[in-house]
Design a protein around this ligand. Sequence first.
Ligand code: CO
Length: 217
Amino acid sequence: MPNRVKSLLDGNKAWVRNTNRMIPDFFEQLAAEQTPTFLWIGCSDSRVPATEITGALPGSIFVQRNIANLVVHTDSNLLSVVYYAVKHLHVSHIIVCGHYGCGGVKAAMSNQSFGFLNNWLVHLKDVYRLHHDELEAIDDEETRCNRFVELNIQEQVNNLSMVSFIQEEWANGEFPYIHGWVYGLDSGIIKDLNLTVNDSKHLDGVYRYKKMMPVGG
Ligand code: CO
């Protein structure tokens, strides 16, 4: 087996030994069930792993990651994860966490073609178009990119708020809260963008659903 792959399996064995030493019944407990409090929607970037950067243990964060942490309403993978997290696991918090220096965001800002990836990046270009005036007014490219990262998180928090089964949860109670965060690759620090919502009041009226009538009602 190539050494690099073997190093992962060796790393796993060392991690199990360590964890068993620190928390003797850790695996027995986790094997029984998962009761995560959080759903994490983050970037696939290898430098932004949800549990490590938050010091959280396995079992606490349900995770969905894709390039540039997008919430696309035709992405049945993401929507299934969100649906399960909200309707079955009853997570209290959904965190959309982007990161400065995001390659996907940089790519979407450029006019370069990335082949098949363009079809994914077009969702980011839509965000750019929505905030065109603000972004174009920023001369420095890195500053503009960082602002684009933040605005993208804002739009993904909005996209989640538009999901009807999340609005259904809000109509029935307090949860889930949706938060927008951004991670600094160079500092390791997460910044809360203070975008937290648990209702759809911030959305344009056309995106707000009435309670669904019961079937046959
Ligand atoms: Co990224």
